[in-house]
Design a protein around this ligand. Structure first.
Ligand code: RM4
Ligand code: MN
Ligand code: MN
Length: 394
């Protein structure tokens, strides 16, 4: 048991997860938006909420920014972001260009048949890289809504070539310490073909882009029953796993709270990563990020719940007995091998996590601390005075 406690503490010490600025804003579905009076509208409010989550969990030192929604002035807005970082105790994290919202992107961005639109999209990514550099952010994270709705309406190979061209040009703008993350998604908003539909396409494009490009795995961006941890294992083996967008889903890209539907899958993903680290003797260079926007749950509460879930599942994965596991695998001792994972998953890590929090001066139960702390009441009163405004997303 003591040994377990040490492993849990070690795991918690090295685990950090990035919050999404858009997770604190009013979002919804394409059918409707149910506005929350406490939802963040300004970038300052998003920093404030993220700072509060970090203060309660100690695990979220960075905030992902969406360029168009958060820093529309690009690198010109960097000084204000720096001010907010210092004020609220969270740094800017990944920078997310927006290549899907402008009218010009109706038929795509990097894959648009018009050269002028492809050039505008490329310029936006180059500007986003400059913003990231001004903020000392390493990762520029690309997600494309590009695709087509009907067979025959797009030249799939031509668009692929345009993607390669623009990704190479974007990569050329990176500073030596920066990375380009390429996210994939099988469908939506495109319903016939999506230009980067799966991890294989993302991997080939990342490779074509250049040595500082990596694949980003959004856990919700897979077909039902797909083995996500196998994808993770392969990307690790190829040295191309750059980061995650965490969320859960029951049907498609539902952006539900991490681990709410299938915590064992998240555990298995963490297991593949930690086994890789055990075997290679060093940390995998992965950016863990949350990509969730809660429509019905309280936004800050759901974010704290997510972080606590991520910590617990990461800690459980750290409990797998590798010697026993690898021996059982070699001997094809199936049940024993399987048990190694199941035992770790079944371990109650909550007491050790509470102790770890207390030792660091954090509330033992961050959700309870949030409910009792008065922050939500304070921002609800302060923000209710202005007309609630939905964000443009979703
Ligand atoms: C996508 C994807 C991206 C996010 C957009 C808004 O489904 O998950 O990461 O930026 O939504
Ligand atoms: Mn995502
Ligand atoms: Mn998504």
């Amino acid at each position: 048991m003591r040994n377990n406690d040490v492993r849990i503490v070690d795991a918690l010490q090295r685990f950090a997860v990035e919050l999404p600025s858009w997770g604190f804003a009013n979002t919804g579905t394409r059918f409707g938006k149910f506005l929350q009076p406490a939802a963040a509208v300004t970038i300052e409010e998003k920093f404030s909420d993220a700072g509060h989550v970090h203060a309660l969990t100690g695990a979220c030192p960075t905030l992902a920014l969406h360029v168009l929604w958060d820093v529309p002035d690009g690198a010109g807005g960097a000084a204000e972001i720096d001010r907010l970082s210092a004020l609220y105790g969270v740094r800017a994290g990944s920078i997310n260009p927006n290549l899907f919202q402008d009218q010009q992107y109706k038929f795509g961005s990097f894959g648009n048949p018009e050269a002028a639109v492809r050039a505008a999209a490329r310029q936006h990514v180059v500007d986003s890289i400059a913003l990231a550099r001004a903020l000392r952010c390493r990762d520029v994270s690309l997600w494309f809504a590009d695709g087509s709705n009907y067979p025959g309406t797009a030249n799939i190979r031509q668009r692929r070539a345009w993607f390669v061209e623009n990704l190479r040009a974007s990569h050329a703008a990176l500073g030596p310490d920066q990375r380009l993350l390429v996210e994939y998604k099988p469908f939506e908003p495109a319903f016939y073909h999506t230009d980067i539909a799966d991890w294989g396409m993302a991997l080939l494009l990342a490779r074509a882009a250049g040595p500082q490009a990596r694949v980003l795995v959004d856990t919700g961006h897979h077909y039902l029953s797909q083995n996500v941890e196998q994808i993770v294992a392969w990307l690790l083996a190829e040295g191309l796993l750059g980061g995650f967008h965490f969320n859960d889903r029951r049907y498609a890209d539902d952006d539900l709270t991490l681990g709410s539907i299938d915590p064992y899958q998240v555990f298995r993903i963490f297991h593949e990563i930690q086994l890789f680290e055990h075997e290679t003797g060093g940390p995998a260079d992965i950016a863990y990020m949350i990509d969730q926007s809660h429509n019905l749950k309280g936004k800050i509460e759901a974010m704290i719940q997510t972080v606590a879930m991520a910590q617990a599942l990461y800690a459980k994965a750290a409990l797998v007995d590798y010697d026993r596991l690898l021996r059982a695998q070699r001997q094809a001792d199936l049940v024993r091998a399987e048990e190694c994972l199941q035992d770790a998953f079944a371990t109650d890590v909550r007491p050790a996590i509470r102790d770890w929090r207390a030792a660091r001066g954090l509330p033992a139960d961050p959700l309870e601390a949030f409910r009792e702390g008065g922050y939500l009441q304070k921002i609800t009163a302060a923000r209710a005075t202005r007309a609630a405004s939905p964000s443009s997303y979703a």
